[in-house]
Design a protein around this ligand. Structure first.
Ligand SMILES: Nc1ncnc2c1ncn2[C@@H]1O[C@H](COP(=O)(O)OP(=O)(O)O)[C@@H](O)[C@H]1O
Ligand SMILES: [Mg+2]
Length: 449
């Protein structure tokens, strides 16, 4: 019987009359104790994390109440019930991840919601979490160990290949476009009426191809923005995370933050300074990646290299996690593409990185593709491909590698033009290898288009 469960409630309700009513109603219930009346969110979080309650009643307009706060309460084991407010409608509160939302003054549903029971009468208790069962699109995390093995290159080229970005005449280039700093930046939001070459309506790719979203979630050295010659004033991923944190991220909002930058490829740009990493909390990105599935057939996430959750060791209470963005992407991913460099240092890091990935703090999809990038004889000796395959099989237990040749001419041309290889160096050997990688990814996810 549900009545036999003891529920210890922490109350953080703004309006005094509403608070008094909630406390009175809850206090009169058998097996329900109001343990703490909290004046503000920080007090509520402290009480929750100290284990003082099993449920929280919060007013929807409680200052600071966002997705991260609700996630903290739920992680502390509390059932979170929010009271609807004109400033905080049920829809928004639902987006914050509350377990239930009830109307102000609805005592009956409040009690049912606190107990986790279906209400006997009246309006159903609104459930909160977005529908995580609906997964139309596929998420691919591109991860790799420290150094610069080519994560961003792989993410961009994989996105372009999945979108079917085809060969096109190279863009005009010149001395002024030679570096990321000097290259004329494109606005992240295209001008009204403008459309990248080859893109279909609504940002869809070339005819018959998929829509792809490229997200830069590297919290240490994000580079998609400068690599594609975009203005870096408004990180799209941080804006989407902010909207998700406030419970208002829908597909239209997400599309507004992710302009079409290559034909068929939308881009959620990354943070411009590493110090802005707190703008990418995992609790918000979990929702962003879910929405990405609704917006695009494929979402390719460029991840940072670091996987540790040191904050858990360093603090007694929960601290923001710098690597939360990478962990969120790995947890969301249907396929993880692991990129390593083909030189002795890169191969050793790759072997260790694969071990680290097995021990990471979040569940990671079994579907993994290992890419060794910049394969060349100069650093591993003759028969470079065979050498790399032997080394990875012997030390990493990986038999199924995807090799990408070193292609400085192609990649430098792409860097200079701020485009994908398919657009500016269509005959490049690296491009052919990345096309092959896209085919392998499609095989891993047969249901996807
Ligand atoms: N296959 C390749 N051949 C030649 N240069 C490459 C190749 N892959 C990547 N690069 C170059 O290596 C550098 C680092 O690549 P990047 O993708 O930014 O690495 P990461 O994201 O892992 O730090 C870039 O200048 C890029 O153009
Ligand atoms: Mg990078």
């Amino acid at each position: 019987m549900s009545d036999e469960r003891v529920v210890t409630v922490l109350v953080a309700v703004q309006v005094p009359e509403e608070e008094a009513a909630a406390v009175t109603v809850l206090g009169a219930q058998p097996q329900v104790t109001v343990a703490r009346r909290c004046a503000e969110l920080t007090e509520l979080l402290a009480a929750a994390e100290a284990g003082a309650g099993t449920a929280a009643v919060v007013s929807g307009d409680l200052p600071g109440l966002d997705r991260d706060a609700v996630a903290r309460l739920r992680r502390a084991g509390l059932r979170v019930v929010a009271i609807e407010d004109p400033a905080a409608p049920a829809e928004r509160l639902g987006g914050l991840g509350c377990d239930a939302v009830v109307a102000g003054g609805d005592a009956e549903n409040l009690v049912a919601a606190i107990r986790g029971d279906a209400p006997e009468t009246g309006e159903p208790v609104a459930s909160a979490e977005p529908d995580l069962g609906a997964r139309p699109g596929t998420v691919i995390a591109v991860w790799g160990p420290a150094g610069s093995p080519g994560r961003t290159t792989t993410a961009i080229e994989l996105a372009a290949a999945l979108a079917g970005v085809g060969a096109a005449p190279p863009r005009r280039s010149g001395l002024l476009r030679q570096s990321g700093l000097l290259r004329r930046s494109r606005p992240a939001v295209p001008r009204a009426g403008s459309r990248p070459r080859g893109s279909g309506p609504n940002g869809s790719g070339p005819q018959g191809s998929s829509t792809v979203l490229l997200a830069d979630a590297d919290t240490y050295a994000s580079s998609v923005t400068s690599r594609l010659g975009l203005l870096d004033d408004a990180p799209g991923l941080a804006a989407a995370a902010r909207a998700a944190g406030q419970g208002v991220l829908d597909v239209v909002t997400l599309a507004g933050h992710s302009p079409v930058v290559l034909p068929g490829v939308r881009v959620l740009t990354g943070i411009t300074r590493a110090s802005r990493w707190p703008e990418l909390p995992a609790s918000s990105l979990d929702v962003v990646f879910q929405r990405c599935r609704e917006l695009a057939s494929w979402t390719v996430v460029d991840c940072g290299s670091v996987l540790e959750t040191d904050e858990d060791l360093m603090y007694d209470t929960r601290a923001p996690q710098r690597n939360g963005a990478t962990l969120s992407a790995l947890a969301a991913a249907d396929v993880v593409v692991v990129v390593g460099g083909a030189d002795p240092v890169g191969l050793q890091r790759l072997v260790r990185g694969l071990e680290d990935l097995r021990e990471v703090a979040v569940p990671v999809a079994a579907a993994r593709l290992v890419v060794v990038n910049r394969v060349r004889a100069a650093v591993v000796g003759r028969r470079a491909e065979a050498q790399v395959r032997d080394a990875l099989a012997r030390y990493g237990g990986v038999d199924d590698l995807h090799l990408v040749p070193d292609d400085p001419a192609g990649l430098d041309a792409a860097l200079l033009a701020g485009r994908a290889l398919a657009e500016c160096a269509p005959g490049s050997p690296a491009r052919a290898a990345f096309e092959g990688l896209a085919a392998r990814v499609r095989e891993q996810v047969p249901a996807a288009v």
